[in-house]
Write a protein that binds this ligand. Sequence first.
Ligand code: DNO
Length: 345
Amino acid sequence: MKMTFRWYGKNDCISLQTIRQIPGMTGVVTAVYDTPVGEVWSNESILELKKLCEENGLEMEVIESVPVHEDIKLGRGDRDRYIENYCENVRRLGKAGVKCICYNFMPVFDWLRTNLHTPAADGSNSLSYNHEEIMGLDPKRLSLPGWDESYTAEELTSLLEAYKDMTHEQLFENLVYFLKKVIPVCVQYGVNMAIHPDDPPWDVFGLPRIISNAADYERLFAAVPENENGITFCTGSLGAGRENDLIKMAYDYAKRGKIHFAHLRNIQYSNELDFREVGHYTACGSLDIFGIVKALVDGGFTGYVRPDHGRNIWGEDAKPGYGLYDRALGATYLNGLFEAVEKLR
Ligand code: DNO
């Protein structure tokens, strides 16, 4: 296992020097942020990032994300051009020493929350999801801050229109079409693809979502069986799906060498569908983080880990989910769990 920390590049208010001081940190998870989705990242930008990391004693072996252009998800006529650009990014990143690329195949929206600052009794605040509120929102007028990208109102309207009749099967076929072209390049350049699950793991605003549960994973692994076609095991995202047996999934997919990257965090269920994000420690929420780490270790997991979303604590007011303090506490807790589980085996 290699412990890493997400870093949003030079504009991140958390410096590499600071990240380096978190015990056990081997590297950062980052991306080139100044290039439009679908275009090729310049070698200069990639190498500059790598240089910055290395100057601070940190590796840059994981990229999150190389985003997938909507035309690829929609299977539009020009997808081959965007897929070729994606392949070129894989080549360039592979040459720069990147081993793992995290991406998602969620139409239009990445993760969805209804509140970015839900207060807790202890004075901290965190992200939360309320299904009724989501249902009451007009997706065309949505302004939910916090993701890697956002659209203008017109772009959103025409995108949502384009997805109107898209079925789960069609979206899945488009994912397979994409992977069948990208994975051979990954094999050649020693890069693993790690698809991020849907967050939350169900359809939103009538848009199909296809990476939400064990059946979805089986279909994905069967369609593109190469080891390089793997996953980002995100406990918070998958854990919002109450039917997902995270311990079983962690063990099973680790054993099969499918987990290239793990996002570890805890959530607290408020009812059947709603949840809020909490501290990483098992006792803070509804997920058995100890059980999940044990399952990963027992399954022979050797991939990258990062502490996922933290709360805002100690007066910090950071990018939603991506402050320093709670993620640093999370990393330390997770390192402790991994050490204990590994040594007690
Ligand atoms: C949220 C993140 C996601 C993730 C993308 C991967 O905090 O885990 O935004 O980076 O879904 O493409």
